[in-house]
Structure formats: C-alpha cells, structure tokens
Design a protein around this ligand. Sequence first.
Ligand code: ATP
Ligand code: LTN
Length: 338
Amino acid sequence: MEFSKEKKTILSGVQPSGNLTIGNYLGAIRNWVALQNDSFETHNFLYCVMDMHAITVRQVPAELRRRTLETVAIYMACGIDPEKSLLFVQSHVPAHAQLGWVLDCYTMFGELSRMTQFKDKSAKNAQNINAGLFTYPALMAADILLYQADLVPVGLDQKQHIEITRDIAERFNQIYGNTFVIPEPYMTKTGTKICSLQEPTKKMSKSDENPNACVLMFDKKDDIVRKFKRAVTDSDTCVRYAEGKDGINNLMSIYSCFTGKTYEEIEREFEGKGYGDFKLAVGEACADGLAPIQAEYARLMADKGYLEGMLRENADKASYIASKTLSKVYRKIGFLAK
Ligand code: ATP
Ligand code: LTN
C-alpha cells in the first residue's frame, strides 16, 4: 500500500480487549471494508490494532499478544486488503505515545471528565480507575491526528471521542497555526449501535459478562441461533420497527445489515408470522453472513509468520508517516531539535 499526500486519509481501529462481537463488525469493520473497496483510488487507508488502549483495562499478557495478531487476521478475513490498506499495531509506532503525551497537555480535565466511556468503564472497573483510562481520548486523538486522517469510521459510542479529537486539534491549530487536519466521524444508517440481546437499550460489548448478551464473530452457527432465540423482546407479536420495541428494533437492524433488506421489506416478510420465526431468520442470516469470514480467518491464522512479517514492515511505514507530523508538532511547541 502506497501512502500519498495528495489523497484523503481514512483511519480506524479496534482494541484487542476481547473476542470481537457482531457490534464491532457491523458498526465498524464492515464499513472499513466498504470504504476501502469503494474509494481506494482516492484515499489512503490505515487500520490499526489499538493495543495501547486495551491496557487501560487489565489484560492477561499472553492473551493480549495472541489477540493482537488475531485481530489483524480478522481485519483481513473481513475484507481488508493489505495491498490497499496499511494494517499495523499501535504499540509498534512509538509516535502514538509521543504525540499522546503532547496532546495530554492540550486536553482539559473538565472535558475528559465528561466522556461517557470513562464514566461507564470506571463504574465497571471501580478497583482500577487508572490515569490511562481517563486520558484515553488524548491517545485516541494522537492516533488520528498523527496521520492527518480526514475520516474515521466508528460506531456511535465513539462519536464523542471524535468530537474531543476535533476540539483538541482546533485548539492546537489556533495556538500554533495550521498543524492538524480536523477529522470527521463516518457512520452508516444501520449498525452504528448494535445492542445487547439481553438488555436491548445497552450497546453490545465484547467485555459483557453475560455470554447470551453478545454474538461473537466466531460463535458457531448453533450458538448464534440459540442466542437469538433467547433474545429479549416484548409482549407484542408483530414484527415492526417502533419506539419502545428496543429488542425487535435491534434484531431488525441486525437482520437488515446482514441481508441488505429495508425495515419495510422485513415487516412485509414477517407479516402474519411470530417472533419465533423472525428470531430464527435473524440467527441464520447472521451465521451465514459470518461463515465466510470464519473460514477465511482460519486460513489466515494458519500462516502466522506471514502476518508477523507484514506487521514488521508496516510498523516502519506507519512510523515514517507519523514521524512527519510528530516533528512538525515538536518544532511548533518548542522542543529543541536533535
Ligand atoms: P470494550 O467492550 O472492550 O470497550 P468494544 O466492544 O466497545 O470494546 P471497541 O474496541 O471499543 O469495542 O470498538 C471498536 C469499534 O467497534 C468502534 O468503532 C466502536 O464504535 C465499534 N463498536 C463496538 N461495539 C459496537 C456496537 N455494539 N455497535 C456498533 N458499533 C460498535
Ligand atoms: N476508542 C476506540 C478504539 C480506538 C480508535 C482509535 C478508533 C482507539 N484509537 C482511533 C478510531 C480511531 C474504541 O472503539 N473504543
């Protein structure tokens, strides 16, 4: 993949903090693939595994290492093409930590305190509310601003982090003159917030303790079908998208993502049928949609040497791009040149 300064840049990533769910796939990775395939002539694509963000919550070292490589294989199995996109690991590029520190000093305590992810995660990990969890958004801003990304495809829960990134970049540009491109979030109409199957007002999360709440990308067909069968719905019997029908709305959005059908088409398809038929159809559509990804993933993981070699090369490529922005920033803020 050749990086060109003339092209616009798209960047995103996932934390290797657990097994990926269909929320990660439908809210984020699926859109990365569509963007890459539709506009690779006009854009640079960078897709990173955010291992530095993952350690804001305690990880088992061997698992983190394994998942980091697995996440790269998942990106590729979903359709990220290393000829078109630069795939790399965050901790392989020291500039993320270096710019992250600088941006910490341009990010306000008050704004970090308002981040809903921080509030949610500190409630969940009350025994480990560490400084990294608090300053997480400044590191995320560094990930994005280092590569002068124009567009960041993410799920709805990350919108607030893109907004703070824009605020940090604008603040810096105001003080030191034009330095950073101001990024925009990219979200599609469906799939931006896939909800828990057990508590359909809450986002589906890979760190949920209830195994029935989330469908993992590598769940077997039987398990997927069973989880959808047990999904919490309501006492109505009619499959229609409506306020207050959170469970059904969520299943409809998942079904729509996997089949490409609109809500009206889905309502017509299930007219006169009950929730049982609908849940079975969602489970099957989901399992069938994931099956080719699961097969491709197994093929890729059979050659870990290839993945590791690619990541080594890409670390240098990403570091080179990142070093341009970092030097500019260091000069502007007054660090003495080497
Ligand atoms: P964790 O539970 O460890 O916080 P997560 O499941 O939220 O993890 P991230 O690595 O934080 O996953 O997110 C990766 C990408 O997937 C982000 O762009 C995020 O917006 C998106 N995403 C995560 N969960 C969902 C969801 N339920 N619906 C839509 N998009 C999602
Ligand atoms: N915070 C993101 C993961 C992430 C990210 C990024 C996404 C870290 N750095 C830069 C896009 C761009 C999350 O999904 N929780």
